[in-house]
Design a protein around this ligand. Sequence first.
Ligand code: ADP
Ligand code: MG
Ligand code: MG
Length: 886
Amino acid sequence: HKYVYDFAEGNKDLKDLLGGKGANLAEMTNLGLPVPPGFTITTEACKAYLTTGREPDGLAAQIEAHLESLEREMGRKLGDPQDPLLVSVRSGAKFSMPGMMETVLNVGLNDRSVVGLSAQAGGNDRFAWDSYRRLIQMFGKTVCEVPGEEFEHALDDAKRAKGTTNDLDLDADDLRGLVDAYKKIFVKHTGREFPQEPREQLDLAIRAVFESWNAERAVVYRRQERIPADLGTAVNVVAMVFGNLGADSGTGVAFTRDPASGAQGIYGDYLANAQGEDVVAGIRNTVPLQELERIDKKSYDELLDYMARLEEHYKDLCDIEFTIERGKLWMLQTRVGKRTAAAAFVIAGQLVDEGLIDLDEALHRVNGAQLAQLMFPRFQLDHEFQPVAKGIGASPGAASGKVVFTSARAVELAAEGESVILVRRETNPDDLNGMIAAKGILTSRGGKTSHAAVVARGMGKTCVSGADELDVNVPAKRFTVAGQTVNEGDVVSIDGTTGKVYLGEVPVMPSEVVQYFEGSLEPEHVDNALVRAVHRIMTHADATRRLAVRTNADTGEDAARARRFGAEGIGLCRTEHMFLGDRRELVERLILARTDDERESALAALLPLQRADFVDIFRAMDGLPVTVRLIDPPLHEFLPPLEQLAVNVAVAQERGEDVAKEEALLAAVRRMHEENPMLGLRGVRLGLVIPGLFAMQVRAIAEAAVAVTRDGAVAKPEIMVPLVGAVQELETVRAEAEKIIAEVVGDSGVEVLIGTMIEVPRAALTAGQIAEAAQFFSFGTNDLTQMGWGFSRDDVEGAFFWRYLELGIFGISPFESIDREGVGRLVRIAAEEGRAARPGLKLGVCGEHGGDPDSVHFFHEVGLDYVSCSPFRVPVARLEAGRAVL
Ligand code: ADP
Ligand code: MG
Ligand code: MG
């Protein structure tokens, strides 16, 4: 079995076997770029080691053989006392993964070869001892789990003793002393001497990389990211080249385009006289890569040439690690580089222009999450505003408001109409009300999967988590940051995309991309690479997709905006808001009606109001279908809450006022009280229990459609009955509705469809029967998820979803992204059986999943006709519907 590949034997498509780093090192080698020689131990060797607990048979011999040929090629032996070959041992899985073991450089150094290394470098003792102390540090930390701070402290002590803060001021003797100090630390923590045998160093480092696959952080990360647990990691053994040999040496990173904006040009950092990890560690200040032209023109030109070749070859933005050893350039890593959302669009557009990729590929390379990011409002930052802290951008958006430290205070101030930012060390389920009331959430602890982050994302609320520069003192109602104190009531601004925190109120403006979708920026006339790229890719997505995209909108205004965003109809118009505000009183009358006459008069008063609402919506959606859902929530939701009513009645009685009406209301609310309103008297059940309610709505819809048609517009109403679980429910409602429609529509030419939501699991499972009575289905995946999992959405997200995510029970909330295997299966069954019973049955989805990228792909796969989502999500759904076809 072949466990070891020379770089010359691999290529970029072997990432499964060689890991990302190894596959790309092989690719560069075969392109003829100067990669230091080396070899890759495969992920299969790692897997074998992890299942049996020991290196597989033959691995040691293969490593030996490849090491020998490496030694021959380099003309040096690993750790040779006179003229040592040194190597780096680098982990590299298929996906880059935080928590995996990092790299060990300078393997092969010991008390004797350190002398040989110095001689090799022309008597450069300083360099040799610096390399040795780095080995002990990295080996100790990553292979033997010695706490890294101990080494850091010893280094700081050495610098302090020398009266400097710059590691370059330490001379050979200082570094020799540091090696002694490091060795003592090593012994203290491992109970053994630092291994002097080069081959033992190598074997231990390789084994540590294997084992790091199962390090706790790596395991948790994989679960969350849904990376399979059985891929294993590869190990790269690479001949060392030295950037720390003096001023003519150095190390750096380079990007073939700006990963922030996508602009063409030269981007990167360079650090003279340093080894690779120094650039990232920020020990000294790097210089911009352009300066390398002045420092070492030959290497610079060569690097630019390689960068151009790599881009041409990978047909994408590449990032690169390189090292210069005494004027000789070495390439140490490349990969297709990470980029911001804006850069992703801009680069995809540029590459099409350059003829490197076609539009399909450009569409494939961007995604809806990136587009969504580009649509969040922006802070209008000028020099006046400098961030005071940077945490994790946990839930995007831009929010400003008064600082509060408790949930109760957040609720209070928000009720007074203030914008508030809830600041906590971390949040917990008790903070939920405050989080709902706040415009944004800021915590000093916790990452992307902390309670604050998960709940905020669920609510679509801006959140910065883990801003650890903040010292939050909740009892004292203040926090300190960057030497300043911020008290309750002071204003801060947080950017949930960048994680930055500002003092004061930073003005907010709509993003350019939203201005484009709104129609206020014309792509052809705009000198804006991002808008042009978005326009081009969206146009291609629209031309490619099969799914139509509709919107969820309840008012004419929302409908008009969604239309500008590209909505091709309304998939869900809720009618609940038509019972709120001034109209509550009519609902009260309806509920309290003791006679048919009283009830009918209440309904008659509601009819013209509803009709006017529908007229607005049909006008805004002239020519496009509008799906109206008959009233869904339990009626008592439109009445004051029980406790409040009870108090009002008691107070009024005390004062001796006439409380007959309030008492009747209170009795009604008591009567209608439900333990599980979610599973109670709502949806179609209401329509069947309260005579005339659905009839009034159907009439309002039909009359509005006729009125709009008379004015020359085209109304295409689709009436949707919620919460149906049995075909008999739908048949009953439909019979009544059809009579009314026939009567109202007459010969106006208006056509009204009648269909149902599929949101109760039983409806999905009896879809064949229900289809006999339905002209369309619309999947209500919010309720279908609630009832499918038995999760009450309003209760569970804050209560325990964070724990489920932490445990990897799901990688993402099933309310955010459709649960393909469970809830998705119900959708699939209903789609198939519905269409079998009624060929051509129109199918759509109107749950919030309609705007979720992964869910859109699923709905495409199961053959729905359209998705419907909130207006702001419409462009995301258009883009993903296009990508789903590729
Ligand atoms: P990471 O995946 O964290 O970037 P790498 O394996 O790329 O880890 O290595 C860490 C640093 O060490 C990088 O800057 C890399 O360029 C440098 N490095 C790795 N191998 C060598 C080598 N053989 N010679 C010189 N520098 C190296
Ligand atoms: Mg690297
Ligand atoms: Mg529902």
